[in-house]
Design a protein around this ligand. Structure first.
Ligand SMILES: *[C@@H]1O[C@H](CO)[C@@H](O)[C@H](O)[C@H]1NC(C)=O
Ligand SMILES: *[C@@H]1O[C@H](CO)[C@@H](O)[C@H](O)[C@H]1NC(C)=O
Ligand SMILES: *[C@@H]1O[C@H](CO)[C@@H](O)[C@H](O)[C@H]1NC(C)=O
Ligand SMILES: *[C@@H]1O[C@H](CO)[C@@H](O)[C@H](O)[C@H]1NC(C)=O
Length: 457
């Protein structure tokens, strides 16, 4: 009888899993549970690479700045350095990628501690980093590298790392004639969507089986123009990645920060408090640009301290962080980016248990000491609370107002082999006696994590 009951429940479960079909509307699509890998992963790498990496000044919006809004800085740059008849398309032949080695990138990304990557398959310029059937002579096989960049990176990531592989895709293209025609028709025609956007999206999903579709360039037109909900319903119901894929929220005017798999809300979104729905902080190490800039200065890069602090704030509030680097047109991740990523990875190696698979705690940051952020993890039947301290107190004592503990609790510093002493405070909270380290002997740099066991709240 018991066995029958188990079988019965099992059959029911299978039927219900099999029979869930999402309808092409947000009400239905938003009920899909987010595949578990994504929340556990916490850290991803964003890569902005395309023809804009050739001029490599201002940002990946170079073409728009030049011929869209005609920003004086870019107009003058072109006037001073290129012949008058030079077009944006002429940059593509210099997108050579001659040093691009997908294995090398995969190793750097893996060393950063990231669990997934998101590559621009196509930015707003329309150039596809794969040999698309729908982007004649404006793709990485026909002009420029003469290689399938998306394919090479997908293979290296899957074959040589345990990271998930995602693709960014821009719905719109600044200057595509069919897009401009649909726009002139006030979105009452869908020529561009029919012949370009949708075929491309189906093509990248069927060919590269991405675990993330990171959509962008949606804001000028409604989701009904983009046919977004129809595409996502196919993605969730019938696509080859229906069980693993996650999507963001940029699927049409007014959709961002409301609907989709996870919310990105704005670039560099970092709200500093707990959010109701899963979200992602997509941000850049070069504070001013997503694409590579030849004329950056060192002061324009986030320091590793700043990068770790942003990661910690983000994860404490329930977010994932997507850390962007812009490779050069010849395919290198310059040493400044590489160093930041490797240092992030060293920090994550020591403090992994406080980040991967963690959950927000009752409090996100401390109530008395600034720059202390919390996460929690269940270890078998007990819950560990992690206090992540961005500034090492020079007083030798760390005062925490949020956790309530008594003498039965235990405090560890991650990466340090012994327990550390603490005193429950009569006013609530605890005072942690910091170990004393000689020069260079701290378990890590940038931020320090205390594992608190026996927290009562
Ligand atoms: C690519 O990089 C890997 C790892 O560094 C190296 O083993 C391989 O030889 C490189 N391939 C080429 C073609 O340079
Ligand atoms: C996968 O990696 C192994 C060694 O790391 C290599 O021999 C093999 O050719 C790779 N496969 C593909 C499809 O790149
Ligand atoms: C939008 O999706 C619906 C349902 O799949 C389809 O009938 C329609 O042709 C699509 N429109 C475009 C422009 O592809
Ligand atoms: C905790 O974070 C919030 C939001 O960022 C901030 O307003 C508050 O001052 C922080 N608390 C302390 C003690 O720093």
């Amino acid at each position: 009888m018991a066995r029958f009951a188990v079988l019965f429940v099992w059959v029911l479960t299978v039927i219900s899993v099999v029979s869930v079909r999402y309808e092409p509307n947000w009400e239905s699509l938003d009920t899909r549970p987010l595949p578990g890998w994504y929340d556990a992963a916490k850290v991803g790498i964003f890569i902005h690479w395309g023809v804009f990496s050739v001029p490599a000044v201002e940002s990946e919006w170079f073409w728009w700045d030049w011929e869209g809004v005609k920003s004086p800085a870019v107009v003058n740059f072109m006037k001073d350095n290129y012949p008058p008849d030079f077009t944006y398309a002429d940059f593509a032949k210099d997108f050579r990628a001659e040093f691009f080695n997908a294995s090398e990138w995969a190793e750097i990304f893996q060393a950063s501690g990231a669990q997934y990557i998101v590559l621009t398959s196509k930015h707003h310029e329309g150039y596809t980093n794969w040999p698309s059937r729908y982007s004649f002579n404006w793709n990485s096989q026909d002009v420029g590298p003469a290689r399938d960049i998306v394919g090479e990176l997908a293979t290296a990531i899957r074959n040589e790392t345990d990271m998930f592989f995602g693709l960014y895709h821009s719905l719109f293209e600044w200057f595509h004639p069919l897009y401009l025609q649909d726009k002139a028709n006030k979105w009452q025609t869908q020529k561009f969507v029919q012949s370009k956007t949708l075929p491309e999206l189906y093509e990248i999903v069927n060919r590269y089986k991405p675990d993330v579709i990171w959509s962008d360039g949606d804001w000028e037109a409604p989701d009904s123009y983009w046919n977004s909900t129809n595409f996502i319903a196919w993605l969730y119901n019938d696509s080859p990645v229906k069980d693993s894929v996650v999507t963001n929220d940029r699927w049409g005017q007014g959709v961002m920060c409301k609907h989709g798999g996870f919310l990105t809300c704005s670039d560099r979104y970092n709200p500093g408090k707990l959010q109701k729905k899963k979200w992602e902080n997509a941000m850049t190490i070069d504070k001013q640009s997503w694409g590579y800039r030849r004329n950056t200065r060192l002061s324009e890069f986030l320091t590793t301290d700043e990068l770790v602090a942003t990661l910690v704030e983000t994860v404490s509030c329930g977010g994932n962080i997507l850390v962007n680097v812009g490779p050069t047109s010849d395919g290198k991740i310059i040493p400044v980016f590489e160093e930041r990523l490797r240092e992030l990875g060293q920090w994550l190696k020591v403090n992994s248990e406080a980040i991967y698979g963690s959950h927000p705690w009752t409090y996100q940051n401390d109530t008395v000491t600034p720059n202390v952020w919390y996460t929690k993890t269940k270890i078998s039947s007990t819950t560990a609370v992690y206090a992540i301290v961005l500034d090492w107190p020079s007083s030798g004592v760390l005062r925490l107002g949020a956790p309530s503990m008594d003498g039965s609790g235990v405090v560890y510093l991650l990466g340090y082999q012994q327990q550390v002493k603490f005193t429950p405070q009569t006013s609530g909270g605890v005072a942690i006696q910091l170990p004393v380290f000689t020069e260079g002997r701290m378990p890590c740099k940038h931020a320090w994590v205390f594992r608190l066991l026996g927290v009562k709240n």
